[in-house]
Design a protein around this ligand. Structure first.
Ligand code: ZN
Length: 259
């Protein structure tokens, strides 16, 4: 099994991903552009089995219909995406495990907050979590917004109960590249965060087209403000006196909205 991360070079900075299996079948996550997906599939002699959508927003389903027409592939997504996700053919359930090869499976997590039709997908190899396709719930060093059908309390619960509980080694594959801005927000809230500074330097030297930076959940615990809700510096820098983690999260999300 191989995972390919593709930067789509549009102004929203979307990432697309392919899961390539040894038998040459492939899955694409959130296809931006049918033509480039099709080129990738044919260049690598693959067969497109299914599109997997993290959620219904247009920039995540933009390539669906043309790919279904061309490849006759399935489309897997959240039941709440019905009527919004082109070609939707399989409604996925929370905690469902889908075996896609002898030793590779996908675990489905219902992850509301950014929208009510949002799923994250954990790819497991030999039963061990390898990576998460986190859509617009978890970004590198940040979390998604709640502007288009989302809910900040749902987002808090999803991050607390389903994301921050993942094991350290899980690789994060988000829906967009917002790493630079997110690190700057982290440093705005927590100026003494040396690891965030290091990641920002690394980001500036990296090439998103050939080798995008990837983080793990362990990295996220260090550089993602939204996973550091008990950090004294972050709490003390908030404009209001706040005690509970939930309020810290909501306040940080508000600050990030206008930052
Ligand atoms: Zn979205």
């Amino acid at each position: 099994m191989k995972i390919h991360q593709i930067y789509t070079d549009n102004e929203l900075r979307n990432f697309n991903y392919f899961i390539e299996l040894n038998n040459k079948s492939a899955y694409v996550i959130d296809p931006w552009d049918a033509k480039s997906v099709t080129n990738f599939i044919s260049d690598n002699c693959l067969k497109l089995t299914a599109i997997i959508n993290t959620h219904e927003h247009w920039d995540h389903v933009r390539g669906n219909q043309a790919l279904v027409d061309l490849h006759h592939c399935e489309v897997w997504a959240h039941a709440n995406g019905k009527g919004k996700i082109p070609g939707l053919s399989r409604l996925l359930l929370n905690n469902e495990t889908i075996d896609i090869a002898d030793n590779v499976s996908i675990e489905v997590l219902d992850t509301p907050g950014h929208s009510h039709a949002h799923l994250c997908f954990i790819v497991k190899v030999d039963g061990n979590p390898h990576c998460i396709f986190s859509g617009d719930i978890l970004f590198n060093a940040g979390v998604g917004n709640c502007h288009n059908g989302g809910d900040v309390l749902d987002l808090y619960k999803t991050i607390k109960n389903k994301i921050s509980t993942l094991s350290d080694e899980v690789i994060v594959y988000p829906g967009h590249d917002y790493l630079e801005n997110n690190l700057k927000f982290t440093l705005d809230r927590e100026p003494s965060n040396l690891l965030a500074k290091k990641w920002l330097d690394k980001y500036k030297q990296s090439d998103i087209y050939t080798n995008p930076l990837i983080t793990t959940i362990a990295d996220e615990r260090n550089i993602n403000t939204f996973l550091r809700l008990d950090n004294k510096e972050i709490i003390n820098n908030l404009p209001k006196k706040i005690q509970s983690e939930k309020e810290v999260f909501i306040n940080l999300r508000e600050l990030r909205n206008s930052w």
